[in-house]
Design a protein around this ligand. Structure first.
Ligand code: FES
Ligand SMILES: [Fe+2]
Length: 431
C-alpha cells in the first residue's frame, strides 16, 4: 500500500489515492482525475436514468445524462424503454431541451431532421440533395444499452458492461424492499427538487452512507419533528442499526431496522398519533384496517439508505440522484416518491409523504441546507494541506461478515464509503 505525502500526492496514479482507511483530498480537486472518472466510471457503469413511473405511456420521455452524453429516455410505441443520445445525426444539435414530457418523436430545431421515439431517422426536409449519398437507416440516434430492475431504469455507454442484474447482485433484494413503501400499490414519482453545490460528486456519494453526521448536522431537523419521529431516528446507539457492503460499490445503511422489511409487520408497533388525521381520511375513503396500517407505516419510507454506485441512492422515501458537472460542481435531484393507486386513498397518503419530504429535503427543509453546508466545507478543506488524508476508517476494526456474507459494521461506521472507494479504485485502475 503506497502512502501519500505532500511531495508525492500529485504524482501518484489515481488508484493509489485510495487506501483501505483513507483517501487523498486530491480526488476532490484534480480536474484530470475528474475527466478520467467521467470515462472510466460514468461511461462504464450502469447509470440510473429514470423510474418507470416517469414514463407512464408510449411517447413519455425524460431528458438526462449518462456520463458526458445528454440522453432522452423514451417509451416507444411498442412500450420499450430506450435511451437515445440527445444529439442530432446531421450536425449534432441537441434535439430536446425539455426535462420531461410527451411527444410523438423528436424534430431537430436546426434543419428539422425528425426521429421516432425508437430513435430511427424518419424524415428529412428537402431530401433531394441526399440522393445516392446517404441511407436513412444508417443515421438513427445513437442508442445506449438500457435495462431495468424493480422499476429502476439504468443505461450504460459501455456495450460490454456486465448485465444490470449482475451489477446489482445482492442489491436486488433491497430494491424489492424499498419498493414495498408503495404500501400495496406501485411506487410513483411525485416530483423533483434540483439544486447545485460547489463540491465534488464523491462528497455526496459519501454523505448518503454517512450515519455519523446525522444527529450533529440534522439537529435542527430533529428539534423540529415530534418526539416519536426523533426517537425513530436515534440510531446512533442502537446496535441493530448496521451498514452492509453489498459489493460493486453498493451499500445499505439500516437506520430503522424494524422498518427495513415493511411486509414483516407483527402488528406490535403502534401508529404515531400524528397520523390520526390521515387514518380518519383513509377510513372515510373505505380503506380497511390492514390497508391503513400498511399505508401509514410506509409513509416513513423504509428506514434504510441504499447507495447504488455511482449515481443514485434510494433513501428512506426518496431517490437522491447526483450528476457531476465539473470537479467541484455537482447537481443533485431529490425525487419524492409516493403510492400510485385510487385518488381517494393515495391522495391523503401522498400529501403526507410530500409534507415529510419538504420538511427534510425541500428548499425550505431542515435537512438539505444543513447537509450542503457540510459538503461545501469539505470541498474547501480538500483544497489545502494535500498530505492530510480524508479518513474513512470508522468501524474498520469492528467490521464483520453478516449471516449473508456482507461485510457489516455499525450504521455510524464508514463501511459504505470504503465499499464505494474500493469500486472507484478498481474502475480507475482499469485501462
Ligand atoms: S443539426 Fe439537426 S437537422 Fe441539422
Ligand atoms: Fe445528511
Amino acid at each position: 500500500m503506497t502512502e501519500f505525502t505532500a511531495a508525492t500526492v500529485y504524482d501518484l496514479p489515481p488508484a493509489d489515492l485510495v487506501l483501505g482507511d483513507r483517501v487523498a483530498g486530491r480526488m476532490y480537486t484534480d480536474p484530470a482525475i475528474f475527466d478520467q472518472e467521467r470515462t472510466k466510471i460514468f461511461e462504464r457503469s450502469w447509470i440510473w436514468v429514470a423510474h418507470e413511473s416517469e414514463l407512464p405511456k408510449a411517447g413519455s420521455f425524460k431528458s438526462t445524462h449518462v456520463g458526458r452524453h445528454p440522453v432522452i429516455v423514451t417509451k416507444d410505441r411498442k412500450g420499450e424503454i430506450r435511451t437515445l443520445v440527445n444529439r442530432c445525426r446531421h450536425r449534432g444539435a441537441s434535439l430536446c431541451e425539455k426535462k420531461t414530457g410527451h411527444a410523438n418523436g423528436f424534430t431537430c430545431p436546426y434543419h428539422a431532421w425528425s426521429y421516432g421515439l425508437d430513435g430511427k431517422l424518419r424524415g428529412i426536409p428537402y431530401p433531394d440533395g441526399y440522393e445516392g449519398v446517404m441511407d436513412k437507416a444508417d443515421l438513427g440516434l445513437k442508442t445506449l444499452r438500457t435495462e431495468s430492475y424493480g422499476g429502476m431504469i439504468f443505461a450504460t455507454v459501455d456495450a460490454d458492461a456486465e448485465p444490470l442484474a449482475d451489477f446489482l447482485g445482492d442489491v436486488k433484494l433491497w430494491i424489492d424492499r424499498f419498493m414495498a413503501q408503495g404500501g400495496g400499490y406501485p411506487v410513483k414519482v411525485l416530483g423533483t427538487h434540483r439544486f447545485t453545490y460547489r463540491g465534488n460528486w464523491k462528497i455526496q456519494l459519501e454523505n448518503t452512507t454517512d450515519g455519523y453526521h446525522f444527529p450533529i448536522v440534522h439537529r435542527s431537523w430533529m428539534a423540529s419533528v415530534d418526539a416519536e419521529t426523533a426517537e425513530m431516528m436515534s440510531f446512533m446507539t442502537d446496535p441493530t442499526a448496521v451498514t452492509h457492503d453489498l459489493g460493486n460499490g453498493h451499500s445499505v445503511m439500516q437506520m430503522v431496522p424494524e422498518h427495513s422489511d415493511l411486509e414483516a409487520d407483527d402488528g406490535s408497533e403502534p401508529l404515531q398519533p400524528r397520523f390520526d388525521g390521515l387514518v380518519a381520511q383513509l377510513e372515510a375513503a373505505g380503506a380497511d384496517e390492514a390497508e391503513i396500517r400498511r399505508l401509514v407505516r410506509a409513509v416513513h419510507g423504509t428506514g434504510f439508505n441504499l447507495n447504488l454506485f455511482p449515481n443514485v441512492s434510494m433513501s428512506i422515501s426518496f431517490f437522491r440522484v447526483l450528476r457531476p458537472i465539473s470537479v467541484d460542481e455537482t447537481v443533485i435531484e431529490h425525487v419524492a416518491l409516493g403510492s400510485d393507486g385510487p385518488a381517494e386513498i393515495v391522495g391523503p397518503v401522498n400529501r403526507e409523504r410530500l409534507r415529510a419530504h419538504e420538511h427534510f429535503q425541500g428548499p425550505f427543509g431542515f435537512g438539505t441546507p444543513d447537509d450542503s453546508e457540510g459538503w461545501d466545507r469539505v470541498q474547501r478543506g480538500a483544497q489545502g494541506a494535500p498530505e492530510l488524508p480524508i479518513m474513512v476508517n470508522r468501524g474498520l476494526g469492528r467490521e464483520k461478515p453478516s449471516a449473508e456474507g456482507w461485510p457489516t459494521s455499525h450504521v455510524t461506521d464508514e463501511t459504505g464509503m470504503r465499499a464505494a472507494y474500493a469500486q472507484w479504485k478498481r474502475m480507475m485502475s482499469d485501462d
